[in-house]
Design a protein around this ligand. Structure first.
Ligand code: ZN
Length: 433
């Protein structure tokens, strides 16, 4: 197995370990999840008490569930939380009652268009209760009386999230964030949780990081609102950010740009995807989706985009029991990790240089820079990269600008800059803005 295969298999194994846990926006499922993630990266776990005001919101009461079922008169559990935590509507109030099927029906949710799957439903901000089941299960329920139990609690407690800060040479930060509030769903969003953990490990093992990195493992919406409310004074440090979501299924990547639309991160991700020779799409910002909605709210307007594969709601398995461990492919997880690492590579290396010999072209052959190594094609593109870097490096355009204008991959432009720098033909501009 290659390193890449290993990473894919390891991320899938992490997802498999997390999959059975019943998570929600608060509660012990989130804590257990962060405990497991903490075995891979040294997470700082924060507990924010229920009732804490966070901008226009209030940290909700904590929800925990121990058991839930619908039992028929003959004592059989016809819907059973122990078989899948998707069966209980997330954030359901506790219930213990006997009722007819007719009375129960308004509390039952199915997907009639896909009768085999159990849907995922939540009711965070409306006090109610319910069960999710397959349309097949529903059709098999006979009229009669049922015992209905949801052994849950909704009580003052805390909202829990995890944070990992990895310092670099400068305080400017790159933010990676992912939601950890979904129960047994694999692509949404354990896939991105696993990629974020492996990315954090990869970067932690690297010497000489320029940027500092911050990883957030937070419940969707209320988690990012809470984090922003608690960190309002230091968000100016975030120079680039990516929300990671749904990275384990679907062939093509989708990058949703920040609200700014022309932030460096938007250009870096677009460039990286365009040189990966795989299908991809880049979408403009919209105030619908994941936590980019909060990071890009007008009061913050941070340069934060969202990297996904097939976007939320646009694949059949989305928010159903079909988003399971088989749906998520180790090879796609590995490719997602690799893409994130490439994005970081561009951010780390992007900078401005000046040509120290700007009057006509310097003589590359004399310095051994002309057709000196590699195959014919490699040498040609390497030379082309050097010519572009020499021509445009007047202290204005940065390496990413040169990569975009030349149509060459950033890695080739950066390698050319290294070669030219080591031969004294290029000097970095240190007072980068
Ligand atoms: Zn979701």
């Amino acid at each position: 197995m290659t390193d890449r295969d290993h990473a894919g298999a390891d991320m899938h194994a992490l997802i498999a370990g997390l999959f059975p846990i019943c998570r929600s926006i608060t509660g012990n499922g989130v804590r257990r999840t962060l405990d497991i993630l903490g075995q891979h990266v040294p997470l700082e776990v924060h507990e924010v008490p229920s009732g804490t005001p966070v901008f226009d919101w209030i940290v909700p009461r904590e929800w925990n569930v121990r058991d839930a079922y619908i039992q028929s008169a003959d004592g059989r559990r016809v819907v059973d939380f122990r078989q899948s935590n998707l069966h209980v509507v997330n954030y359901s109030l506790p219930v213990r009652a006997r009722m007819s099927l007719a009375a129960l029906r308004p509390h039952l949710f199915t997907r009639p268009d896909w009768p085999e799957v159990v849907p995922y439903r939540t009711s965070y901000y409306k006090e109610t209760w319910g069960f999710c089941l397959s349309q097949r299960q529903l059709e098999n329920l006979a009229e009669g009386e049922y015992e209905v139990v949801i052994d849950s609690s909704l009580e003052p407690g805390a909202l829990t999230y995890g944070e990992y800060h990895l310092p670099g040479e400068i305080d400017d930060e790159v933010l990676f964030t992912c939601h950890i509030c979904h129960p047994s769903l694999a692509n949404d969003n354990l896939s991105a949780v696993a990629v974020a953990v492996w990315l954090a490990r990869t970067l932690a093992a690297r010497p000489g990081r320029r940027y500092s990195y911050r990883f957030l493992f937070i419940p969707g919406t209320i988690g990012s609102i809470t984090w922003l409310a608690r960190n309002e004074g230091s968000v100016a440090r975030i120079k680039h950010g990516v929300v990671l979501a749904g990275l384990g299924a679907g062939e093509a990547f989708t990058y949703k740009k920040s609200r700014r639309g022309d932030a460096e991160i938007d250009r870096v991700v677009s460039h990286t995807l365009s040189h990966a020779s795989r299908p991809f799409s880049v979408a403009d910002f919209s105030p619908y989706g994941y936590d980019e909605r909060q990071f890009c709210s007008p009061g913050f307007n941070l340069p934060v985009g969202c990297l996904m594969r097939t976007p939320n709601g646009q694949y059949r398995e989305y928010h159903t029991s079909a988003d399971d461990l088989q749906f998520v492919a180790p090879a796609l997880l590995a490719e997602s990790l690799e893409t994130c690492v490439r994005i970081v590579d561009v951010l780390e290396r992007n900078g401005r240089y000046v040509n120290t010999s700007p009057k006509c072209e310097p003589q590359l052959g004399r310095r051994g820079l002309y057709r000196s190594l590699g195959g014919e094609m490699d040498a040609a593109s390497r030379e082309l990269a050097m010519l572009w870097v020499l021509n445009l490096s007047d202290g204005g355009p940065a390496l990413l600008d040169i990569a975009e204008r030349s149509g060459l991959p950033f890695s080739a432009i950066a390698a050319a800059a290294d070669d030219l720098t080591s031969h004294g033909l290029l000097k970095p501009v240190t007072d980068l803005t």
